[in-house]
Design a protein around this ligand. Sequence first.
Ligand code: ATP
Ligand code: MG
Length: 727
Amino acid sequence: MSEFIRNLQSLNAKQREAVLIDQENALILAGAGSGKTRVLTHRIAYLCQEKNISPLNILAVTFTNKAAREMKERIENLLGFSTVGMWIGTFHGIAHRLLRQHASELGFDRRFKVLDQDDQLQIIKKVIHSLNLDEKFYPPKYLQSFINGKKDEGIRAIDLPTEEFNNEIIKIYQVYEVRLRANNALDFADLLLYAYELFKENMVLSQYYQRRFQHILVDEFQDTNSVQYKWLMALKSDTNSIMAVGDDDQSIYGWRGARVENIKHFIDDLASVRIVRLEQNYRSTQIILDAANAVIANNPKRMGKMLWSEKEKGEKISVYEAFNERDEADYISAKIYDLYHTHHVSLSDISVLYRSNAQSRVLEEALLKTGIAYRIYGGMRFFDRAEIKDALAYMRLIALRVDNLAFERVINLPARGIGQKTIESIRKYSTVHDLSLWHASCEMIERKLLPTRSAASIQKFIDLIEDMAAVKNLMKLGALMRHVIDFSGLMLMHEQSKAEKSQQKCENLKELVNAAAEFIPPIEDVAEEDLLVEFLNFAVLESGEMQAAEHDDSVQMMTLHMAKGLEFPYVFISGLEDGLFPSSRSVEVVDKLAEERRLCYVGITRAMRHLTLSYCKIRHQYGDMSYQIKSRFLQEIPKEYLQYVRNRKPEKLEKTMGFGISPFDFVKEQNTEAEFKIGEFINHTKFGIGVILKLEGEGDNLCYHVDFKAGEGKKVLLAKMAKLMKL
Ligand code: ATP
Ligand code: MG
């Protein structure tokens, strides 16, 4: 039997139909795990093997570099030979390749530079200054996201209608473009837009590529943006064909400009499109699939599709109601430990998914404690993230003024008008006089060796650090961390930023406060004043090498967004709480909520064999704790598919409950006479459920400080009168 026939036999009738389509445009519209990506790879193999199409005549676009690599591997396995010459990649990767070859047609040198976000921001700042505009009224980060957003829609500065937009903004965009050209530089969004303009303006070239790419195949089509769609259409001719593969229920990048309507446009814009629907899911057990279908059924405006599985019903979905995020992380790591050691599941078959990056920290800690290797995919480990390192640099300076690296990192962060020239002169002075940068600055100010304005700015910075250091021993570590993040201006800087990741950075900073508040030093009896240094050492150890290498057997941790297209036998989704998932920004807006629900659908359908969902009753955010309500998505899953699990011995749970609740309000000692302990939940006849924050007084005067749920807030109650009940 030929290789080709064998390959075909591994497909169902519908998939085979899609693979064997002739030179026709096609839309493969199907739910998760139905073999869309499989169809795409088999089709490429079929075209090469049976239709004798050269790999040079194929263009395949996927969503991430990882997906592109995997697709290449899969095709090579099917074909048994290398796919050199075939263009497989992401939209950005392919556009880049194209522009390198045709830079001169666009008036660029072929050694053009691609700017990263930071470079781009610097240029925007320079443009604002060159136009004598004030950053206060024209915040650079806002302009950055404005320009990128417009480019993603295919709009250049000259296309902006003057009656709709502020003239100065148009001007900034224009001058920015001129600067980029003068520097032979392109920003990220330019890659796509120029690639499109190249085809639009150069018929000879577009015809060449239309002839070359006889077969264009696009995976994850539901997440294409405007320019990507236009670019694809510009590549289309009467003789070549496009196969788009997608699932409207998995469109999760609307917030970044993705247009799910492109699926409809695709059908309308092309003369004829063969639509194939795949309905059998091969990935998940029936229960997982039914749960996913039940959740997504709550979304309005769906294209609608059937999805069934021949697989066994499978185990019920486990749901763990955690006391707090630490308890949740402990549960997940204990389960993983059990899967690995008792059931011999390989770690790479396990994935832990979460809505926001900041959630990874507690999970990472729990895994490290259990000795389980993990890898954070598509993101950095918590303590490696830039905003975390910035905040810690302040802490390092507070602990030790001679820390030059920390000094350099934050001397002008947030910007306080200390330029590179000044920093360079401090560096020189420090070398010549063998002083730390800190002490060099102090001396230079004293000896009036710095220009007045710079000297004033540096003095302000020095005062800031000294003020923080002065309160260091008056505050607990969590409170100090919060103080530093607030008073340094770091939090404000990210809050005011309009950059794409700023929200995430704020969340991470808040999470750092939690980390400091909960920190328990590895050795006992550390004096309160040495806790900071211990914490900084801990942060260093936590960052860097401890992450497993890419091919090591390790648990795969990632945000739900990053999990698109992937599958794992065992999946844990953590933090299913309203306000977190769905995110607080989405619950009020119908379209955003629908996108969150699609994200939940994506998450659930990653699981092949077993799915565990978890949520916390209490979650710490920015050192405060809040009561959480379980996610509406969890409530949308019919109860018969769920089994609530409780896997903890009470003593162990109590230990978990005891620490890290509120870093600021607690006294450390526990009163042994009191009926209730700090951190314990109680019920009050009038105020309802609350948690004990603090104990005060003794005997008849013993009082409980209690934080009540449901808006009652904090109250101090006399123990003997309060009639509190254990929960
Ligand atoms: P997603 O929507 O998540 O991107 P998908 O539709 O692209 O999913 P694939 O990843 O292609 O789905 O396939 C899901 C799983 O089902 C894979 O493990 C794949 O190998 C398997 N599979 C698909 N079709 C078949 C088939 N006909 N026989 C056996 N296994 C199949
Ligand atoms: Mg896929």
